[in-house]
Ligand binder design. Structure first.
Ligand code: LRH
Ligand code: MN
Ligand code: MN
Length: 423
């Protein structure tokens, strides 16, 4: 056993004096600290199966070893994260990078580890070995109906896998678009995509959601057929009430006001969920909160405000997922950092003095409004996040314990240098 309850208990005992000091200080600083802790205890974010191995770029890959080679091993890794932070209780599979065989056995393993299956992801952006038609010129938008039908059938198969695992949603991300002016007819591409999506939507179980993820560019560099929130919104609106827009933080053009997009989609009842990550240049898939933590806080501020206004449940009404994968970190350490960053942003957003902010806004007191938000952002809430973990059976310092136990060294010894499937 790489990590058991005894390890966590011992770690927490060692850390408790310091933690209690920090917690007292935080509780003095922050009104409603106990309510914030309760909300943090309920927060869960799904781990993408493709983030458990070292990512890479088309220029190279530098795997650190101990990567999971099977879905079972991927579940074990997510189980490790969840044991440490008690906030990573779900996994998001990507098919066919992951091909579930014995669904019941996977469900049983997940249940043993305290995990569930979040959204399943389809993949029509790569050609697979024995595939009949190529996606070189798009999948759901393709001018050839046979290509579209193949892509539709794949999505329906992904839904069937998800159903057997207890997932409740499918995320569709299309790389469809064009690289040069004139390559495609925009209207035809839109209509084909809509018609194809309608067929996928018709195959959704009654209690499922379809998330349509947008992305401005890459791999197509002239046009993308679901290129921004407005295009996604236009499709999901036509599809019906089970279709929603998914926001991946790295999929916008530079300087886009993501928090405003979030607010609008929430207001329209069409925000489905997130792929959290961070970026400086484009779809960098860097650790959440590592580059623009203030933006992350502002997004959570809109979420807290908008979800409360709509009476939404923070735990169940949105899909919370991470989408990150890169080259230079231990993927599990990176994911622990991402989850921590999300919980810090959430706690800070919960601590905003909403009454005072509203008053400042009603009086157009710009300086005061900014002060209120920045006060929340600059307040150290880490002890509240740690306390939520303590109360749910996690470790006060997940990353510290992961390192103390030399988990990666154990994984390398067990698994060697096999390569994980994914990006
Ligand atoms: C596309 C994307 C999408 C894919 C994942 C691997 O850039 O964000 O969510 O499924 O990366
Ligand atoms: Mn994504
Ligand atoms: Mn992406």
């Amino acid at each position: 056993m790489r990590l058991d309850k005894k390890h966590i208990d011992n770690h927490n005992t060692d850390q408790s004096a310091l933690h209690n000091k920090r917690l007292r200080f935080a509780k003095d600083e922050i009104a409603d600290a106990d309510q914030i802790i309760e909300k943090l205890k309920a927060f869960q974010v799904a781990i993408p199966s493709w983030a458990l191995g070292t990512g890479g770029t088309r220029f190279g890959r530098f795997p650190g070893g101990g990567e999971p080679g099977t879905i079972e091993q991927k579940l074990e890794d997510v189980g490790l994260l969840h044991a440490l932070n008690q906030s990573s209780g779900a996994v998001s599979l990507h098919i066919p990078w992951d091909i579930p065989q014995d669904h019941q056995a996977l469900k049983n393993l997940a249940a043993e580890l305290g995990l569930s299956f979040d959204a399943v992801n389809s993949n029509t952006f790569q050609d697979q070995k024995d595939q009949e038609y190529s996606y070189k010129f798009g999948s759901l938008q393709n001018v050839d109906k046979q290509v579209r039908d193949q892509a539709i059938a794949h999505n329906l198969e992904v839904i069937r896998h998800g159903e057997a695992l207890g997932s409740k949603s499918i995320t569709v991300w299309l790389s469809d678009g064009s690289c040069f002016p004139g390559q495609i007819n925009f209207r035809r591409a839109y209509e084909n995509t809509l018609e194809s999506l309608r067929e996928i939507y018709a195959g959704l179980p009654a209690d499922w959601k379809l998330f349509l993820e947008y992305k401005a560019f890459e791999p197509n560099f002239y046009s993308t057929t679901v290129g921004d929130w407005g295009q996604s919104y236009s499709y999901v609106n036509k599809l019906g009430e089970k279709a929603y827009t998914l926001v991946d933080l790295g999929h916008h053009l530079p300087n886009a006001n993501i928090e405003q997009i979030v607010s609008l989609l929430l207001m329209e009842g069409k925000l489905g969920g997130f792929h959290f990550n961070d970026s400086k240049y484009g779809d960098d898939d860097l650790t959440t909160g590592s580059i623009k933590p203030y933006q992350l806080f502002l997004i959570f501020n809109e979420l807290v405000e908008g979800m409360d206004a709509r009476g939404m449940n923070h735990a169940n009404d949105l899909g919370w997922m991470i989408d990150a994968s890169h080259n230079v970190k231990d993927p599990l350490e990176d994911l622990l950092q991402s989850v921590e960053a999300l919980m810090i942003a959430y706690a800070q957003a919960l601590s905003v003095d909403k009454q005072a902010l509203k008053q400042a806004q009603m009086e157009s007191d710009v300086v005061r409004a900014q002060e209120i938000l920045q006060h929340a952002f600059r307040t150290d809430v880490r002890a509240l996040v740690a306390e939520a973990r303590l109360q749910t059976g996690g470790a006060l310092q997940p990353l510290g314990l992961f390192r103390d136990l030399q988990v990666r060294k154990q994984l390398v010894a067990e698994r060697g240098f096999q390569q994980s499937t994914g990006l």
